[in-house]
Design a protein around this ligand. Structure first.
Ligand SMILES: O=C(O)CCC(=O)C(=O)O
Ligand SMILES: [Fe+2]
Length: 312
């Protein structure tokens, strides 16, 4: 059966009518857990440079890339190193990636690994610009999300989940090789949900991303998410699903190999590690009690990463 294409709402971040925009976000988050944003402040030239630098890094010889092995969720992950579905018997995801961690905190920013300046002189300034620009877009999206839940616009700042000069934001650069053929065992990225608050996804336009809105329905129905030039794809993560008692959905998604090389860049905005994530009072009632107990964000991530990377 051919895969259907999903039509997701497009949210204009520059619209002055924030309450109408928030309503659209609410609808998008309850129906799909995914939407597009436009007028997000990231210009085309910056994104072009990011994809160019990403390509430059992944084109380096493997032994050079392995000089920056992933530590503390920063650095390089070779092909098949990550297993987004720990229960699957497959060998791992057919992708390589590079993570950049929080840049705002002097105590932890040194954990980041930067490819050699001699080899890639423009890498670091390009990725730093990306980090702060995409964070601004994510912050604006999160404000609208707060409004959409009838919360104060700065709710996430107020509860300590978000800090403007030291966000818990991670950039992940991804490369899916073209030569891997889809079979039952090998995916670009196996079906998963993202763990944090929201994720912003930019791709080079090569298809592959699919979502499954009803994870427990069998057989699962997958829909293609088309690329829209200039738009960023946003999705809800598990922490927001827990805050909203599943009113907003952390939707299952995956990347299918299409026989074509594919590059993407994701920005994960997570709650600050000490944030206690618990059901919002407006999202539960006697007839709909909280589905999850309160959890410290860092504890949730630790548990999930342990499974994804088979960490002790
Ligand atoms: O590359 C993509 O399109 C999606 C990547 C993704 O879902 C992830 O890294 O969590
Ligand atoms: Fe994801």
């Amino acid at each position: 059966m051919p895969t259907a294409t999903v039509s997701l709402p497009i949210i204009d971040l520059s619209s002055p009518d924030r309450s109408s925009t928030a309503k659209l976000i609410r609808q998008a988050c309850t129906e799909h857990g995914f939407f597009y944003i436009v007028n997000h402040g990231l210009d085309k030239e910056l994104l072009q440079r990011v994809f160019e630098e990403s390509k430059n890094f992944f084109s380096l010889p493997l032994e050079e890339k392995l000089k920056y092995p992933r530590k503390e969720h920063r650095g390089y992950n070779p092909l098949f190193a990550e297993k987004l579905n720990p229960s699957a018997t497959s060998k791992g995801d057919s992708k390589e990636s590079f993570y950049i961690g929080p840049l705002g905190d002097p105590a932890t920013q040194n954990l980041n690994q930067w490819p050699s300046h001699e080899l890639l002189p423009k890498w670091r300034p390009t990725m730093e610009s990306l980090y702060w620009k995409v964070f601004e877009a994510a912050k604006e999206t999160l404000s609208l999300l707060a409004i959409s839940l009838n919360l104060d616009v700065d709710f996430f700042e107020k509860i300590g989940a978000l800090s403007s000069n030291n966000p818990e934001g991670f950039v992940r650069l991804l490369r899916y090789p073209g030569e891997v053929v889809a079979d039952e065992e090998t995916y670009g990225a196996y079906a998963h949900s993202d763990y944090g608050m929201i994720a912003l996804l930019m791709t080079d336009g090569v298809p592959g991303l699919q979502i499954c809105k009803e994870r427990s329905q069998q057989p699962q129905v997958w829909e293609d998410v088309p690329h829209i030039e200039g738009a960023i794809i946003v999705n809800i993560g598990d922490m927001t699903e827990r805050w909203t008692n599943c009113v907003y959905r952390s939707t299952l998604h995956r990347v299918m190999p299409t026989g074509k090389e594919r590059y993407s860049v994701v920005f994960f905005l997570d709650p600050n590690p000490d944030t206690i994530v618990e059901c919002l009072p407006s999202c539960c009632s006697e007839s709909s009690p909280p589905r999850f107990p309160p959890i410290r964000s860092a504890d949730y991530f630790k548990e999930r990463f342990k499974l994804t990377y088979q960490e002790p």
